[in-house]
Ligand binder design. Structure first.
Ligand code: ARG
Length: 274
């Protein structure tokens, strides 16, 4: 008797699970706006901005004169996945967050590190890239480690995490009774490398992938990166705090392109295999 009952309940269970399988709804992706069902009108049109001297994340393409780079491709891919339109514009670093508040832009996609201070003013998307601060010098430089920077001068882009890291180092050196760190705070991310080349600074602190890209594109500069990155940071897309619908769209689009392999494709295009 017990056996029969067990058999019956197994049959019921099996039937139920089969039925569930049959009535399961198709994955939302299959009926996504840009799926095979034909294009739907975009939900909205957004303006993205970034400071375009930060290759390979954003730079001005010499051939087209237009912004290009990982961040530009990324936001376009997110827009396609989440069915909105996006236009990407170049803007000064110090104006980016302000442009959200004035309504000039809706998204800052600029290799911007998610920090607590910035999060007081803007809402960040889920992190989209792991990065960190590193430093470079010209080959043959007597500076062999971060500690050797005491009493020297570094070039940083103003108000970046590189700038903040340099300020911390300066304080640390002084606390240790050493000479401080001279900090040259420049307007554009790319300026720091020129400054090192003309001897205006002894070293550069910037985001590691950006230093690596500069070295790759300018082998004649004879620069080296003596140590691995000394911070871990995550980039996020910055938005107005109150734009709840946009936050959701961005995070949804990011999740879709991560799942679809599109993110990996872009990553490989700019950084090679992970
Ligand atoms: N990740 C650094 C920061 O958030 C530097 C970003 C600089 N980006 C740029 N497009 N210039 O402070």
């Amino acid at each position: 008797m017990k056996k029969r009952l067990a058999m019956i309940s197994m049959v019921i269970l099996l039937t139920l699970s089969l039925m569930a399988g049959c009535t399961q709804q198709p994955e939302p992706e299959a009926e996504a706006p840009n799926g095979n069902g034909g294009p739907e009108a975009p939900i909205m049109s957004l303006i993205a901005v970034g400071e375009c001297t930060f290759a390979p994340f954003e730079y001005i393409d010499e051939a087209t004169g237009e912004p290009a780079g990982f961040d530009v491709d990324l936001i376009k891919a997110i827009a396609e996945a989440a069915n909105f339109e996006v236009e990407y514009k170049n803007m000064d670093w110090n104006s980016l967050i302000a442009s959200l508040q004035t309504g000039e832009a809706d998204l800052v996609v600029s290799g911007m590190t998610i920090t607590d201070e910035r999060a007081l003013e803007v809402k960040f998307s889920d992190p989209y890239f792991e990065s960190g601060q590193a430093w470079c010098v010209e080959e043959g430089s007597p500076i062999k480690s971060l500690d050797d920077l005491a009493g020297k001068t570094v070039g940083v882009q103003i108000n970046t995490t590189g700038d903040y890291a340099a300020q911390k180092l300066d304080e640390m050196f002084k606390e240790e009774g050493k000479q401080g760190l001279g900090i040259k705070r420049l307007e554009h991310a790319a300026d720091v490398f020129n400054e090192l080349r003309v001897g205006g600074v002894d070293a550069v602190i910037s985001d590691l992938p950006v230093i690596q890209e500069y070295l790759k594109n300018n082998p004649e500069s004879n620069m080296i990166i003596p140590e691995p990155a000394f911070t871990v940071e995550y980039y996020g897309i910055a938005m107005r705090k109150q734009d709840k619908e946009i936050h959701e769209l961005i995070n949804k689009g990011l999740a879709v392109i991560k799942a679809s392999g599109k993110y990996d494709e872009l990553y490989e295009k700019y950084f090679g295999t992970k």
